[in-house]
Design a protein around this ligand. Structure first.
Ligand code: PLP
Length: 297
């Protein structure tokens, strides 16, 4: 196992390194038995966690909805630093030594209550290959519009919970169809989000350059990567749009990406088996926006 793990619980409130090869989670832990918990996956470069504040804010928002306590930001920062300092060398994809840094907060057991852990893992070559080569995606109906959940806090709208069984099933279904990724659509065919990513497309028409993403506050996960890309694009003079996006909009876009913290911006080269334009120069620009060293466009 190449993960390095720091546990934060009542006995180790500041976090302590543990051996990931020994049992760490009790069999009646509700994170395990019910998917009852919240998490964040962050990217670290050369030992430094990227956009920590945005992730911590979303983690605390998820935890508030799920009524889970979360340690202070400074505690998590130090715990992530401890895990990174002891981690296996980061993956090398041309942007520095990269690790994924996953924070999990579990409901724990009825006796011991909530606890959390941080797992640090080198970014695998498969992620770098997707950044370079892109992916094939299929559109899969979500069954209902998640915007309808917004008024019901018990449906945990917009929370990043551990209950990802549906997202993983969607990915398996996509793979059974010969694709790599799944993109959810609402009943009216509106594009929502990837199984583990946000969707962004670019339109360059008669000198106007626009990035469009589905409205992040309508029941889908508000992506930290999408938010960072949009903030940088705005600074560079791009127009921004917040949907609605339909399949035809993606089919006629100048480029479509699935974006998330560790994958960065992965071009979609086929959607429902139809080829989409891939623009390596635009992908470099979007990647530079998210990694924070964008040249002026
Ligand atoms: N949407 C879903 C469903 C996700 O699982 C993720 C990331 O895991 C994202 C969007 C992208 O979020 P971020 O850019 O903050 O990593």
């Amino acid at each position: 196992m190449t993960s390095t793990v720091v546990v934060l619980d009542a006995a180790r409130p500041e976090g302590a390194l543990v051996d990931p090869a020994v049992p760490l989670v009790r069999i009646d832990d509700q994170g395990l038995t019910r998917g009852d918990g919240v998490f964040e996956t962050m990217r670290a470069v050369d030992g430094r966690v990227q956009k920590f504040e945005a992730h911590y804010q979303r983690l605390t928002a998820s935890a508030r909805l799920a009524q889970l306590p979360v340690p202070d930001a400074a505690v998590y920062r130090a715990a992530a630093g401890l895990a990174l300092a002891h981690a296996a060398p980061g993956g090398e994809g041309g942007l520095g030594a990269e690790h994924s840094v996953k924070i999990v907060v579990s409901r724990g057991t009825p006796e011991d209550g909530p606890w959390s852990w941080i797992a640090v893992t080198p970014v695998p070559e498969s992620t770098f290959r997707q950044r370079r080569e892109g992916v094939d995606a299929v559109l899969l109906p979500r069954g209902h519009d998640p915007a309808q959940d917004a008024g019901y806090p018990w449906l945990l709208p917009g929370a990043k919970t551990l209950s990802y069984a549906v997202n993983m099933a969607a990915l398996r279904h996509a793979r059974s169809l010969g694709a790599d990724e799944a993109v959810f659509t609402a009943e009216d065919r509106r594009v929502l989000e990837g199984a583990t990513s946000s969707v962004i497309c670019a339109r360059v028409r008669e000198g106007a350059r626009t990035l469009v993403t589905p409205e992040p506050s309508h029941g889908i996960l508000p992506g930290t990567t999408q938010a960072k890309i949009f903030a940088a694009a705005r600074r560079d003079g791009w127009e921004l749009g917040y949907g609605p996006l339909y399949p035809a909009d993606l089919m006629t876009a100048d480029a479509v990406w699935l974006v998330s913290s560790v994958r960065l911006a992965v071009p979609v080269r086929r959607l429902d088996a139809q080829p989409l334009p891939v623009d390596p120069q635009l992908t470099r620009l979007v990647t530079a926006w998210v990694t924070g060293d964008a040249p002026a466009s």
